[in-house]
Design a protein around this ligand. Sequence first.
Ligand code: AMP
Ligand code: ZN
Length: 139
Amino acid sequence: MREETCIFCKIANGDIPAATIYEDEQFRVILDLGPASKGHALILPKNHFADLLALDEETSAKVLALAAKIGAAMKKSLGCAGFNLVQNNGEAAGQTVFHFHMHVIPRYEGGPKMVSWEPGAPSGEELAELAESIKKELA
Ligand code: AMP
Ligand code: ZN
């Protein structure tokens, strides 16, 4: 399940070298070449999935546990105070490489502000309408 032209397929399967911090049968975890902070890592499945919607259940069940393991190792090795998990789906969401990946971004005391937004102020009615519309698709 590889895609010929996909750079993350090549990296995950060892065809292109990358700074690897973890590898098992299903995943490779590498350091991001354009890190948001020191130690920023990417969890890559070895099989090709374009995004979260394409991910199979077995792989998706393992990703979060692996992210926790990586985050815990970062806290010990890098001394970061916390970490963010970021996972972009679709161009509008900022996805630039269309092979599923989970960012694990170490956060340091006094470090740069990121993964933030200006909170909106929807009315109770708006929230209820939105909730109904999403709930319908989940039923
Ligand atoms: P996204 O915007 O969620 O698709 O994230 C893609 C990430 O992959 C960015 O943070 C890039 O810096 C990173 N990236 C792209 N190419 C490489 C590469 N060859 N090795 C390591 N990281 C990469
Ligand atoms: Zn791929």
